[in-house]
Every structure is written in structure tokens, then in C-alpha cells.
Write a protein that binds this ligand. Structure first.
Ligand SMILES: Nc1ncnc2c1ncn2[C@@H]1O[C@H](COP(=O)(O)OP(=O)(O)OP(=O)(O)O)[C@@H](O)[C@H]1O
Ligand SMILES: [Mg+2]
Length: 293
């Protein structure tokens, strides 16, 4: 199972180039698309979901030429947009029944079985009689997954599903994704590095409409092993440090000193201590390289 995105470009009428000759190949499993605000994640996902056309490029999912056969793709696609509108005043069960009917499942028995199944996968069975409108943010996101599972999709695209969820709801949501990832391609976008770390077998870092890096999370951190250094400096020294070194991040300590993380092949100075590389370092290095280029 492969999704092949080749040389995709899109410039909006206002002149913003949201996709810039983007090429990417995605295999079965959980794929994380990581990038800051405005990187082009939603533009890419809407294009994959056949809701907008690129100016150039091709997309193939298995043997489906997606841009020329959008209806064929839609039969096997589940898409959860970044912002979805309001819900009608209906219980989760009734709404799923309505949606399943729209999707052409005419047998009541088949619908009931399917609905029970998607409610159980998304852990919403116990609250199936509540109005979706009254659900918490996390429950609404899980309902979004429940409804997209109704057509048994092979390609699932979820755009920033964890934004705004508290840690417990975020975990519940990620567990649901984990459960459905084994037999599908799931692409999910986020700007939270930890979402990717615990969940994805593959990922890409995106900014400026381009893929800056594609890698397995574990391999990406391995590449920069022994190249991350930390040092506590005073506030006044921060600017100087930033001029001398590649400072990836800086965090205030309780005593008001600043802990900086620096990227360097060799120990930058004797007062630097080697640190364990993490995925956040990978992310900041990719973004820094991009800004310098
Ligand atoms: N319909 C549109 N018309 C014009 N410009 C747009 C449109 N949609 C997005 N953009 C611009 O394209 C760029 C990429 O936006 P996009 O929404 O794809 O980024 P994103 O990575 O999803 O960001 P976020 O993390 O904030 O959701 C941004 O500069 C944005 O302002
Ligand atoms: Mg977005």
C-alpha cells in the first residue's frame, strides 16, 4: 500500500505559494506530518482529499490516479478536516445512522453492526445516546474518526486532531488512531513533536510548502546522536551564545538562568555537556537549515 505524491505545487490567488514542488512517498502505517503554522500541511491534506486542485503534480494511491479520478479515491478515503462545523442536535448513534444511510448502507442490521463497531473502536459506546453537539473536544474528535470509519477507508487523513485537547483526551485520541493504523495509511498533521514520537513509524517535517526531512523518528534522532550539547548561561549571555552557536532551544531555569541546547559536531566549549538527542532537536535543526537556505 503506497501513496505517491510527485512534484505538487499550488499558489493561491493571493500569491501565497503553499505547496512548492513537493514530492513524498507514504507507506502503510502511521505517518506524521510535522510543521509550524502556515507550513502548508492543510493545503497538502485538502489536495490529497481531492477538495482542491494543485497547479502541478500528480498523486497516486495504489493504482488510483487521484487527481483524475477523485470519485474513486473518495470511496476509500476518510478525511477529518482541521475545523469542522457545527453538529445537528442528534445523538451520536442517530447521527451515525443517518450518515451510514447517506453512504448507501440500506440494511438496518448492517448499519447497526457497523455503528456498534465504530463506537467501540472510538470508545464512544457508553455515550452513544448523548448529543454530539454536547461532547467535549476530544470526544468530538473521536466522533470524527467514528464517522469516517463508516466507509471502511484505506487512506485516512486527519488534520491537527490533537490541537486543543487536554493530555488525557489527547492520549485517548492517539490510542484510537493506534488501533486503526495497522491495516491503513493514516496521515496526521501536528505541530506537537510528542504526538509523532509516541505514535508514528514514519514522518516528514514540512515548511514553506516543502518537505525538509523525511525519516523514521528513531533514525532521525540517531543521526544527531552525540551532537547535542547543553549549557546553563545567564540571560545576558544568550544573545552572544546565539551568535556563536546553533542554539536550537532555550528554557528558563528556576534561578532565572537559561538552559540552552546547541547543535554541533564537536563539544563547542569545555563548559558544554553532552545531552541525549530528541525529536524536538531534529525538528528545530530542520527548520533552522530551511531558514538559512
Ligand atoms: N484558501 C487560501 N487562500 C489563500 N491563502 C491560503 C489559503 N489557505 C491557506 N493559505 C496560505 O497558505 C499557507 C499555508 O497554509 P496552510 O493552512 O496549508 O498551513 P498549515 O501548515 O496547515 O498551518 P496551520 O498549522 O496554521 O494549520 C499559509 O501562508 C496560508 O496563509
Ligand atoms: Mg492547518
Amino acid at each position: 500500500m503506497t501513496l505517491r505524491i510527485n512534484k505538487l505545487s499550488k499558489t493561491y490567488p493571493n500569491g501565497v505559494k503553499a505547496l512548492d514542488n513537493l514530492t513524498l512517498e507514504i507507506q502503510k502505517g502511521m505517518f506524521g506530518l510535522l510543521g509550524p503554522n502556515g507550513a502548508g500541511k492543510s493545503s497538502l491534506m485538502r489536495t490529497l482529499a481531492t477538495l482542491q486542485n494543485p497547479d502541478e503534480g500528480t498523486i497516486y494511491f495504489e493504482d488510483i490516479d487521484v487527481l483524475n479520478n477523485p470519485m474513486t479515491l473518495r470511496k476509500t478515503l476518510g478525511y477529518l478536516p482541521q475545523d469542522f462545523g457545527v453538529y445537528p442536535k442528534m445523538s451520536a448513534m442517530d447521527l451515525l445512522d443517518y450518515l451510514a444511510t447517506l453512504k448507501g448502507i440500506t440494511s438496518r442490521k448492517d448499519r447497526n453492526n457497523l455503528i456498534q463497531q465504530v463506537l467501540e473502536i472510538t470508545n464512544l459506546y457508553g455515550v452513544r445516546k448523548q448529543f454530539v453537539d454536547n461532547y467535549s473536544g476530544g470526544m468530538k474528535q473521536r466522533f470524527g474518526i467514528a464517522q469516517l470509519l463508516l466507509n471502511n477507508p484505506k487512506l485516512i487523513i486527519v488534520d491537527e486532531p490533537t490541537a486543543g485537547l487536554d493530555p488525557a483526551e489527547r492520549n485517548r485520541f492517539l490510542n484510537v488512531l493506534r488501533e486503526i493504523a495497522s491495516s491503513n495509511i493514516i496521515i496526521f498533521s501536528t505541530h506537537i513533536v510528542d504526538d509523532i514520537k509516541d505514535l508514528c513509524n514514519d514522518m516528514a517535517i514540512m515548511n514553506g510548502g516543502k518537505i525538509l526531512k523525511k525519516s523514521k523518528p528513531s533514525e532521525a534522532t540517531k543521526e544527531i546522536e552525540n551532537k547535542i550539547w547543553i549549557h546553563n548561561c545567564s540571560r545576558e549571555k544568550l544573545e552572544e551564545m546565539e551568535q556563536l552557536h546553533i542554539v536550537l532551544s532555550s528554557k528558563y531555569n528556576e534561578d532565572n538562568s537559561i538552559n540552552i541546547r546547541v547543535y554541533a559536531n564537536e563539544q563547542p566549549a569545555e563548559y558544554f555537556i553532552k545531552a541525549t538527542a530528541n525529536l524536538e532537536d531534529v525538528y528545530f535543526i530542520a527548520l533552522k537549515n530551511h531558514h538559512q537556505a
